[in-house]
Write a protein that binds this ligand. Structure first.
Ligand SMILES: [Fe+2]
Ligand SMILES: [Fe+2]
Length: 160
């Protein structure tokens, strides 16, 4: 997990997280800070263990930590965060020692994490997509009446 811990200390990553926490202050809907990123990582890893899926722990954690790294850019520029995030994640992953094949696997998952059909293109993308949705406690959300998530994405039970 050394490379994953390098992501936490990476300058680009921590700058984006700080910026995002300012931008999401006062947001009534789900946030995208470190609690969310770790929830996605852990749910994806639990599913991997339960179902015997062929993913390495550090690849899951890297993809989960970085899947929303483009959120601040989306708020500031309107570029969708899957696209903005893949660009930022490329730099971060290189700086943290992920090789070209690993980077491609993680970046494809980041680019596809918002769309089940696109995400379905790669197994890691689908894993992150599902864990991302499952991480949200819609059943306890005060803002569910005005949340723009369609009903089929909303989460009304706990599985992991
Ligand atoms: Fe996202
Ligand atoms: Fe997310």
């Amino acid at each position: 997990m050394e490379r994953v811990n390098q992501i936490l200390k990476n300058q680009v990553f921590s700058e984006q997280l700080k910026k995002l926490s300012r931008l999401e202050q006062g947001r009534i809907y789900c946030g995208h800070g470190i609690d969310h990123l770790l929830a996605v990582a852990r749910i994806a890893y639990i599913k991997t263990l339960e179902e015997g899926l062929p993913f390495q722990k550090d690849i899951i954690y890297a993809a989960a930590l970085l899947h929303d790294v483009g959120r601040a850019a989306q708020y500031e520029t309107g570029i969708p965060h899957d696209q903005a995030g893949a660009l930022l994640a490329e730099t971060i992953l290189s700086e943290c020692g992920f090789d070209a094949a690993e980077r491609e696997e993680i970046l494809t998952a980041i680019r596809g994490h918002r769309d089940r059909t696109k995400a379905g293109g790669t197994p890691l993308g689908l894993l992150i997509y599902e864990a991302d949705k499952r991480s949200r406690a819609c059943f306890a959300c005060q803002a569910q009446d005005t949340c723009d998530w369609p009903m089929e994405k909303k989460n009304y039970s706990i599985r992991r």
